[in-house]
Design a protein around this ligand. Structure first.
Ligand SMILES: Cc1cc2nc3c(=O)[nH]c(=O)nc-3n(C[C@H](O)[C@H](O)[C@H](O)COP(=O)(O)OP(=O)(O)OC[C@H]3O[C@@H](n4cnc5c(N)ncnc54)[C@H](O)[C@@H]3O)c2cc1C
Length: 368
């Protein structure tokens, strides 16, 4: 059986690999002439790491010992989520952060070893599909296939923009991922490649997204001004180049498949990045899709895939949107109350990590 996968992002390559491992002959069609958006960091929870291990992917990443959640303007520590050994012990898999380039390269290498063919510089649309028994559209947040399957449903601007940058150093503890939360904005910073670079994501609420594309070159000075006075360990001082992204999302989609065509990853569940789970969900999708297509007709397998994946990805979409509200509380009192609430949860059995059991503890590689 022949499968055509549209898009060589993390979701597309993971799907190609998972399908090849279950016997499909797979070709990935990617419109870019080389591997796509690579210059930033990515965190993967134990839920996704488990799938990567099952797929035999070995990528070099870093394991943060903890996430430190701080009030942005004051720098005051409000809560600590223990990842490191605690996540490994609780979920049997680590929490890791990667340079995207490293993760994508490892996925592509594993896919090629499993016999997947790649055709770069090839754009595929819903009306010009290569002949195949299965078409997996992993064509990202601006998916043409999504529009074809769900006319009138478009990802909308969420009122948030994100600056993304890689910097060469920061006066911060490399064992911790940092999250600073403040009125209408937040910053996340974590080290990559043994601390040689730091990944910075800074989010700010805005009324409009004016740029024509979904991202455009940003201004480092504008970024520094937006977070002026926040004690961020000098991480923004180092920024020389930055990309500004408009964050777009939409609610759960009614249709993920038609005939022998199915959607995967951001194409079917674009979400705000405030759970750090978009790529993780696409990796889970990949495994479940391949399992659903092991036996029986393709159309039935795709329907089963949607039924299994939609509730979980919808929940992550909802929680990610809720995090935006919690991170961006405006009044000093609300921010102090958030700190109090977090410290109470921290002291409950299992601490803050237990709040993520439904997410990190799920093992899609095990059939229930
Ligand atoms: C600021 C920010 C931080 C994030 N941090 C995290 C994180 O820490 N952890 C996490 O799990 N997720 C994170 N995400 C989300 C994650 O980046 C995405 O969910 C993930 O990359 C989606 O992968 P994908 O393969 O579905 O789509 P994409 O990566 O967008 O890949 C789609 C591919 O399809 C190609 N393509 C598109 N149309 C066509 C066509 N017609 N023909 C051929 N090729 C086509 C594109 O060129 C592209 O290569 C973050 C997102 C943002 C914005």
């Amino acid at each position: 059986m022949k499968a055509a996968v549209v898009g060589a992002g993390i979701g597309g390559v993971a799907a190609a690999l998972a399908l090849a491992r279950t016997g499909w002959s797979v070709t990935v069609f990617e419109r870019a002439v080389a591997l796509g958006e690579v210059g930033a960091g990515l965190q993967l929870g134990p839920n996704a790491m488990r799938v990567l291990t099952a797929l035999g992917v070995q990528a070099q990443g870093m394991r943060p010992a903890r996430v430190e959640m701080r009030d942005g303007p004051s720098g005051r520590l409000q809560a600590v989520v223990p990842f490191g050994d605690a996540a490994q012990a609780r979920y049997g898999a680590p929490y890791q952060q990667f340079h995207r380039q490293d993760l994508l390269a490892a996925l592509v290498a594993a896919a090629q070893s499993a016999g997947v063919a790649f055709e770069f510089g090839t754009e595929v649309g819903p009306h010009a599909i290569p002949e195949a028994d299965l078409v997996v559209a992993a064509d990202g947040i601006r998916s043409m296939f999504r529009a074809e399957l769900n006319p009138g449903v478009e990802a909308a601007f969420t009122g948030q923009v994100a600056w993304r940058a890689l910097v060469s150093g920061a006066d911060l503890d490399p064992a911790a991922t940092q999250l600073w939360m403040g009125p209408g904005r937040h910053v996340v910073a974590y080290p990559l490649r043994g601390g040689a670079v730091w990944n910075v994501v800074a989010v700010e609420e805005r009324m409009h997204w004016a740029a024509e594309g979904w991202h455009s070159p940003g201004d480092p000075e504008e970024l520094r001004t937006a977070f002026a006075g926040w004690p961020l360990g000098g991480v923004l001082d180092q920024v020389e180049e930055v990309i500004l992204w408009g964050l777009f999302a939409h609610g759960p989609l009614p249709r993920w498949h038609r005939g022998h065509m199915g959607l995967l990853g951001d194409a079917c569940h674009p979400m705000l990045p405030f759970m750090a789970q978009g790529a993780a969900m696409s990796i889970e999708d990949a495994w479940v899709l391949a399992e659903c297509l092991r036996f029986g007709p393709v159309a039935e397998g795709l329907a089963q895939y949607q039924a299994l994946r939609r509730p979980r990805t919808s929940r992550v979409q909802t929680v990610a949107a809720r995090n935006a509200r919690i991170y961006h509380l405006r009044s000093r009192y609300a921010r102090a109350a958030r700190g109090l609430g977090l410290s109470l949860v921290q002291r409950a059995p299992g601490g803050l990590l237990a709040r993520f059991d439904w997410l990190y503890g799920a093992d899609v590689t095990v059939r229930e």
